[in-house]
Design a protein around this ligand. Structure first.
Ligand code: MN
Length: 322
């Protein structure tokens, strides 16, 4: 049915906002998300003394629902990373480790053993509880990468733990028409009419936060534009080079080693400066639930945190697989 034959078009001087209930047969106007807020990273240490930069999650006001934390680690000095993250628990959310350089070893109470190599990803759903270690498997050289924490909705926090090691070759690498490339870790991108789906996608993730995690490389002066669902919240973490975020006029500079939180809209646009750039684009469906966090436990209420601690001390947090 052609709506113009059945409904008079409203005569109004103001542009019409897209209305989802009638959008199916009409192209959506592209609304590029502005850079709404910059969350700088702060030097900190975690685990047994690993030095890192924390942007998202540096304090409770620095979360971007559903994302709880983003750490960047980068050092050539083994003293900054050699202590690693000895055995520790998690409950109630997902951890994502993305390695750029160096080697780490993961072991957990379920018997999973993973070797994180340069370019690989580990996606772990802690669910009701996991105890794991994340230790460097090198005594010198460069160690560089990220850890992202993704929250789970209340109804999925106590699901059995789940774990996947993703080899570098499993990540689609999509060449951009004007130079540069994008690596799809989670979610999917459309480029010239072709859909590229990352290894983290499908009903399991559509049912939680529909995470989109893309690693972008742009040459000097290059730019990248892509749709991003209007209901998602997200940010860009610039880890090399210079960037402007948003559409001109009105684009803003995003400093390096900072998370640029995206404002409202249904598309994202990022443009590189004279040095080119490397950046993570991360977005997901917000949960809009209360967040109660105590270190590695992220639940909805203080009672649930007390239960997590009681379960840990009683040896019930990390149970054998079903
Ligand atoms: Mn951990």
């Amino acid at each position: 049915m052609n709506p113009s034959q059945t409904q008079p078009q409203p005569q109004t001087a103001e542009p019409q906002r897209a209305e989802p209930q009638r959008a199916a047969s009409q192209p959506q106007p592209v609304i590029v998300r502005p850079l709404a807020r910059v969350i700088p990273s702060q030097p900190t240490s975690d685990g047994a003394g690993v030095r890192l930069r924390r942007s998202i999650g540096a304090h409770p006001g620095a979360r971007v629902d559903p994302f709880l934390m983003l750490d960047e680690f980068s050092s050539e000095d083994a003293a900054d990373y050699i202590a690693g993250f000895p055995a520790h628990p998690h409950r109630g959310f997902e951890t994502v480790t993305y390695m750029l350089d160096g080697h780490m070893r993961h072991e957990d109470h379920l018997g999973n053993r993973g070797h994180l190599t340069p370019g690989s990803v580990q996606w772990m759903t802690a669910g009701r509880g996991i105890i794991h270690s994340e230790m460097p498997e090198q005594e010198s050289g460069r160690m560089r990468g990220f850890q992202l924490w993704v929250n789970l909705p209340a109804r999925l926090k106590m699901q059995p733990p789940w774990y996947r090691d993703i080899a570098p070759a499993e990540l689609p690498v999509v060449a951009l028409p004007a130079g540069g490339s994008i690596r799809v870790i989670a979610g999917e991108i459309d480029m010239a009419g072709v859909r590229h789906t990352g290894p983290i996608a499908g009903p399991r993730f559509a049912d939680s936060t529909d995470p989109q995690v893309w690693d972008l490389i742009l040459p000097a002066g290059g730019s990248f534009s892509h749709g991003l669902p209007a209901g998602h919240q997200g940010f860009i973490y610039l880890y090399e080079g210079e960037a402007r975020v948003g559409e001109d006029p009105g684009s803003r500079v995003l400093p390096a080693h900072a998370a640029g939180v995206l404002g409202d809209g249904n598309a994202v646009r990022i443009t590189a400066g004279l040095q080119g750039l490397r950046a993570l684009l991360i977005a997901g469906r917000p949960l809009r639930e209360p967040v109660a966090q105590y270190g590695p436990f992220v639940m909805n209420t203080q009672d649930e945190l007390r239960q997590a601690l009681a379960d840990l001390h009683a040896g019930r947090l990390a149970l054998p697989a079903d």
